[in-house]
Design a protein around this ligand. Structure first.
Ligand SMILES: Nc1ncnc2c1ncn2[C@@H]1O[C@H](COP(=O)(O)OP(=O)(O)OP(=O)(O)O)[C@@H](O)[C@H]1O
Length: 301
């Protein structure tokens, strides 16, 4: 369940929807190719994401996680079914309107950070707001910068920052524009444990303190344990839906999906980058967020 009821209104000039649903997919089918080569990436997904919630999407390799996120974010078009962001049906929008919606109402965090190398950290953070022709809310920016712990690195270009620092810049960039939804695709996929925790903490604060709605694709049960809800996909379908997840609970569900797992994500010991017993809600530290110990091996892959 969402832990914050703050409703951060959009500063885009767009009137925020009154619906408590931030995004909805109905009967979503996505097929690639045709004939014998046809691949069904999504086989009929119904999903509602409530405003102010933090949802993790998990599932074996090839289960459709990225495809679902791309369709929800209007980056890809479903073969059948429909998607709405707030009260806006994406199917009703032409390409320009979709671009505008993504720019004004959505935020993105990618595994590969995707910062512009010639701009400073600060310029990267404020760029989406400026491209949208809006004024940067200085107080909001200051709060987010403070939360990143990078106040003294803002003048540096991404190349002078560690991966974890770059990803915190990317999260700040997504949050500062006050999007209705932040889509995070494997945000800790390239990071070690400590760096991953700081990125997840920042996303969590985005929900708790700034009222954002976050959707995150991850392979890591410990990362998923930062969410309020975990949706499990297998073979293009939602097969499970877990509220208030712990890393152990997520790990167990993922193990239950082993039969669907493709190569490459579950380790030889059957673990998906997690030490059972570590992390998750039940193991959160004094601040109430985040795992308190690292596993013996590279838990963030
Ligand atoms: N552009 C494409 N053309 C053909 N098939 C595709 C394309 N994109 C994805 N697929 C297929 O659709 C299915 C779902 O892919 P998707 O990337 O959504 O899975 P995923 O759960 O995100 O996987 P991973 O965890 O490995 O990133 C897979 O079988 C994949 O091979």
């Amino acid at each position: 369940m969402p832990r914050s009821r703050t409703r951060g209104g959009s500063a885009t000039g767009y009137t925020p929807a009154t619906s408590p649903v931030a995004a909805r997919a109905r009967g979503l089918v996505k097929e690639y190719g045709s004939g014998a080569g046809r691949v069904t990436a999504l086989a009929g997904v119904d999903l509602e994401l409530m405003r102010g919630g933090f949802t993790a999407i998990m599932g074996p390799s090839g289960s459709g996680k990225s495809t679902l996120m791309q369709c929800l974010a209007g980056l890809d078009t479903a073969t059948r079914g429909d998607v709405a962001i707030g009260d806006t049906e994406l199917g009703d929008l032409d390409d320009d309107a979709l671009t505008e919606l993504r720019r004004d109402r959505l935020g993105f965090v990618f595994q590969a950070f995707n910062l512009l190398p010639t701009l400073s950290a600060l310029e990267n953070i404020t760029l989406p707001v400026e491209i949208a022709g809006r004024r940067v809310d200085r107080a909001h920016l200051d709060r987010i910068v403070e939360a990143t712990g990078l106040a003294d690195r803002l003048g540096h270009r991404p190349g002078a920052l560690s991966g974890g620092q770059q990803q915190r810049v990317a999260v700040a960039r997504a949050l500062v524009a006050r999007p209705e939804l932040v889509f995070a695709d494997e945000p800790t996929g390239n990071l070690d444990s400590g760096a991953g925790v700081r990125v997840l903490d920042l996303l969590r604060r985005g929900v708790d303190e700034w009222g954002r709605t976050v959707v995150m694709v991850t392979h890591d049960p410990r990362a998923a344990a930062y969410a309020d809800r975990v949706v499990f996909l297998a073979d293009g379908r939602i097969v499970d839906d877990l509220a208030d997840p712990t890393a152990d609970g997520v790990f167990e569900r993922m193990r239950g999906l082993d039969g669907h797992a493709g190569p490459g994500h579950d380790g030889p010991d059957g673990r998906v980058g997690v030490e059972p017993g570590a992390g998750g809600r039940a193991d959160r530290g004094p601040a109430g967020r985040g795992p308190v110990r690292d596993g013996a091996r590279g838990v963030w892959r």
